[in-house]
Design a protein around this ligand. Structure first.
Ligand code: HSE
Length: 444
């Protein structure tokens, strides 16, 4: 049992949006923390080369430091909070801090998803720990739920909306019928989307978060590189509109499901019914649904990004590290990926789902019969067929859109059928295929 100190000294690495919020709460808003916790947190250093944000928040300039060595050489600093982001400098600073015997708090999902196993092992070898609540879904305490609150459960599935930028864009496309590029511009103007939105809109950020959550949920090592990731950047507004007519809303979902043969982990835009619990999660908000064998469905909702919400999770982690809770969980739980066996990650061809398919076809007799033949041959049962008018904002200008929904089918079979359909003379442009996900059935 660690002896709990009354005062803990902390160094903050990185003073951008989240770092400056952490500094503000630890210093200017110290009274709120003092009223709630007996341990005093003392910010000793803020390491960065640009203090513009901190200066605007009126944070003590005496804390500013541009040399990591000062932190590493100061034995009175127990916790290093890494908020630099990225995988290069952040990894180097984190490894050096661990070797200097510092406990780590980080929000860095990209680093943890790709190198978490090595970093956790390094921390274990040096008798310290890494806390990373802020890495997934910002201010929502979902890591805490997976590690601790749901410990009595065998986790069967996770469904997350974990990228606020993508959810904001999809909400604007759905509610305001904006094409993707207009919705992205709106998100950038609102300060939500980055100038280069690749990590967010291509689903990579969601994949990082999914790798972290799924590894803890299943107590297995998840290989981020093997997670099939699709983003929202190729979505055509017409599919969102046609989906709405069918009673569906589209969401970028990070999904992990326990199956008999292994684990399905993937990120993709998918249709869900407007009645689905995740359907009303709008704008920049995040939500994570977790299905446990004992507790059934629990859902965690809140702000997944932004300075203060993410700082809320960071400071919670600082307290857990300061009071020995993180170390205790790190040594007593069997869920950490550095000690776990590799997960069997199933290929997307093995996924089974209903599908929304949009074909662009020549409008003449006999075409649908050819399509039906390809579907039948691949053992895909059609549930509905609807010929639509061309959508005015769509990129499609030749042929007519035909929307097909299927009964549950293997994804591999659907892709084979669509390859054959796309080769037909009557097909005017490449088919579009979007999974329709039903609500997960509780197994309690
Ligand atoms: N860029 C992320 C998002 C927030 O849009 O949700 C940080 O993880």
């Amino acid at each position: 049992m660690e002896k709990i100190k009354e005062k803990i000294r902390i160094a903050l690495l990185g003073c951008g949006t989240v770092g400056s919020s952490v500094a503000k709460i630890l210093t200017a808003q110290k009274d709120i923390l003092k009223a709630r916790h007996k341990v005093e947190l003392e910010l000793a250093y803020i390491v960065d080369i640009d203090f513009t944000r901190a200066e605007a928040l009126d944070i003590d300039k005496g804390l500013f430091c541009s040399d990591i060595e000062k932190v590493l050489g100061d034995d009175s600093v127990e916790i290093v909070v890494e908020l630099i982001g990225g995988t290069a400098i952040a990894r180097d600073f984190m490894e050096r801090s661990i070797k200097a015997g510092k406990k780590i708090v980080t929000a860095n999902k990209a680093l943890l998803a790709q190198h978490g196993n090595e970093l956790l092992a390094l921390a274990r070898a040096h008798g310290v720990c890494i806390a990373f609540e802020a890495s997934c879904a910002g201010g929502i305490p979902v890591i805490r739920a997976l590690l601790d609150g749901l410990i009595a459960n065998r986790i069967d599935a996770i469904y997350g909306i974990v990228n606020g930028t993508s959810n904001y864009i999809l909400t604007a496309m759905t509610i305001d019928s904006l094409p993707y590029t207009t919705a992205l511009k709106e998100a950038q103007d609102a300060g939500l989307a980055e100038a280069d939105p690749t990590l967010d809109v291509e689903g990579i950020d969601s994949g990082h978060k999914l790798a972290i959550m799924a590894s803890l949920a299943f107590g297995k090592r998840i290989d981020f590189k093997k997670i099939p990731v699709e983003g929202i950047h190729t979505l055509d507004i017409c599919d969102i509109e046609y989906g709405k007519e069918l009673g569906y809303v589209i969401k970028l979902l990070a999904i992990a499901q326990r199956r008999d043969k292994g684990i399905c982990v993937y990120v993709r835009p998918a249709f869900i019914s407007m009645e689905h619990p995740l359907a009303w999660v709008s704008g920049p908000f995040n939500a994570v649904s977790v299905y446990g064998h004992a507790n059934g469905h629990t859902m965690y909702y809140g702000r997944g990004a932004g300075g203060d919400p993410t700082a809320s999770a960071v400071i919670s982690d600082i307290y857990q590290a300061a009071t020995g809770i993180t170390s205790t969980l790190f040594t007593t739980l069997n869920l950490w990926p550095d000690e776990a066996e590799n997960a069997i990650q199933l290929s997307s061809k093995d996924f089974k789902s209903r599908y929304y398919i949009r074909l662009t076809l020549e409008d003449k007799p006999g075409v649908l019969a050819q399509i039906a033949e390809k579907f039948g041959k691949n053992n895909i049962s059609i549930s509905s067929v609807l010929q639509q008018e061309l959508h005015p904002d769509s990129d499609i200008h030749d042929g007519v859109p035909v929307i097909i929904t299927t009964h549950p089918a293997m994804e591999g079979s659907v892709l084979t059928a669509l390859k054959e359909v796309d080769k037909l003379d009557a097909t005017k442009s490449k088919s579009v295929c979007i999974a329709i996900l039903d609500e997960h059935v509780e197994k309690i």
